[in-house]
Every structure is written in structure tokens, then in C-alpha cells.
Design a protein around this ligand. Structure first.
Ligand SMILES: N[C@@H](CCC(=O)N[C@@H](CS)C(=O)NCC(=O)O)C(=O)O
Length: 216
């Protein structure tokens, strides 16, 4: 049984939950972080979510958790056997953590948690459009980020893409991203753990957060 500490509406927690769902693993999730706060003995020195525990292993950093789960339980599926597919999956995970996050996370935070208007977010909306145009070109050659199948490489950016595609913002034409996103929405684990409504402003965000308490 894998223990996951982290609130259900955190994108970084959702990456881990989606991976667990894809791998069909047993888990128990506890509401930690945000309005739920942190237990005194929380085993992550950064005081952020997620943290996972699997036997004697305690692990934090969401992308490291996703890599661990895929390598340990998904060799040949989420963790490709072929080193070239694996290298590409890893490249897109690193991109999600760097260029992509710099563009996307400030947009989400300012739009939903700080209630900023699209007018004041013009520069950030364009920054996010730029990274999605880059992904769109890549997905023009293959159905998933590392080739023909879903891998670890799809999980970090796929998780954030639910919110990017559903936020009330102008988006460029992204036919390949849209087709990939459609494929993700057909996966039960993505629907259960990622397609979780988050509201359109800070008050709704908090209401959704408490409404998701205790849901596994
Ligand atoms: N690099 C870390 C970032 C974790 C992070 O910032 N998590 C956010 C939620 S997405 C958080 O814990 N925010 C404070 C809180 O929820 O209390 C990771 O990927 O795990």
C-alpha cells in the first residue's frame, strides 16, 4: 500500500495519483497542504506536497515520485524499455519542470488564485501559448510525447494541460495538443485524478479544495 500525502487539488499531487492509477497500484491518500495544513511530523523538509511512502522509502518532488513509481512498477509501460523513448520522456519531464512551469504556473496562480483579468495577464497568456506551440509541433510527429504510447513523459505536462484547456483564457490553435489531450481524457485514471474541477476564482478554488477532502 503506497501512502500519498497531499491535497487532491494540487497539480503536483495529481501527477502522482494519475501514475498510481495507470499502474493499478493500491494507495491511501491523506489531505495535507493548503487549507489542510501539515502534520507536525510531516516528512518533507520543504513543507510542500506531494510526499509518498512506499515501505521504507519516503520520497518527495512530484516528478521524482512519478519516475520512481514508473521505474519500480511500470517497466515496459510507463517506464519504456527502449532507452531512446525513455530519454525523450525524461526530456519532456525536465521541460515541464523548467520552461513550461515558468510560463504556465504564474498564469494559473494569477488567474485562479489572485483573480486577475485576462487583460492584466496578456504577457503570461502569451508565454503559456508559446510553450504549448512548442509542444504542438512535437506532437505533430507522434501521439504521445515519447512515441506511440503513454509514458512518464506525458504525466507532468498532461496533468497541467487539463487546467490550461479549461481555464477561461484565449488559447492559440493547437490541433496536435488538442488531439493528445483528447486521448488523455479517454483514460479512466486521468479522469479520476486529474480532471478535478478547480473553480474560476480564489473563493471557488477554496470551496473545491474542501469539497475534495477525503476522496481517494
Ligand atoms: N517541486 C515540488 C513542488 C511542490 C509544490 O510546490 N506543491 C504545492 C502544491 S502544487 C504546495 O505544496 N503548495 C503549498 C501547499 O499546498 O500547502 C514538487 O514537484 O513536488
Amino acid at each position: 500500500m503506497i501512502k500519498v500525502m497531499g491535497r487532491r487539488n494540487s497539480a503536483n499531487v495529481q501527477k502522482v495519483m494519475w501514475a498510481l492509477g495507470e499502474l493499478g497500484l493500491d494507495y491511501q491518500r491523506e489531505d495535507v497542504g493548503g487549507t489542510f495544513g501539515y502534520p507536525a511530523n510531516y516528512p518533507n523538509p520543504n513543507q510542500v506536497v506531494p510526499t509518498i511512502q512506499d515501505g521504507d522509502l519516503t520520497l518527495w518532488e512530484s516528478n521524482a515520485c512519478v519516475r520512481y513509481l514508473a521505474r519500480q512498477y511500470g517497466t515496459g509501460s510507463l517506464w519504456p524499455d527502449d532507452p531512446i523513448s525513455l530519454a525523450l520522456a525524461d526530456q519532456w519531464m525536465e521541460w515541464q519542470r523548467s520552461d513550461y512551469s515558468n510560463a504556465y504556473f504564474p498564469l494559473f496562480q494569477r488567474k485562479i488564485k489572485s483573480n486577475e483579468s485576462n487583460d492584466s495577464l496578456k504577457g503570461q497568456i502569451e508565454a503559456a501559448a508559446r510553450v504549448y506551440r512548442q509542444l504542438d509541433v512535437h506532437l505533430g510527429h507522434q501521439p504521445y510525447v515519447a512515441g506511440d504510447c503513454l509514458t512518464v513523459g506525458d504525466i507532468p505536462v498532461g496533468t497541467c494541460t487539463y487546467r490550461y484547456m479549461t481555464m477561461e483564457i484565449p488559447r492559440p490553435d493547437l490541433p496536435n495538443v488538442a488531439a493528445w489531450y483528447q486521448r488523455l481524457t479517454e483514460r479512466p485514471a486521468f479522469v479520476k485524478h486529474v480532471m478535478i474541477w478547480y473553480g474560476t476564482n480564489s473563493a471557488q478554488w477554496l470551496a473545491e479544495e474542501s469539497g475534495n477532502a477525503d476522496i481517494q
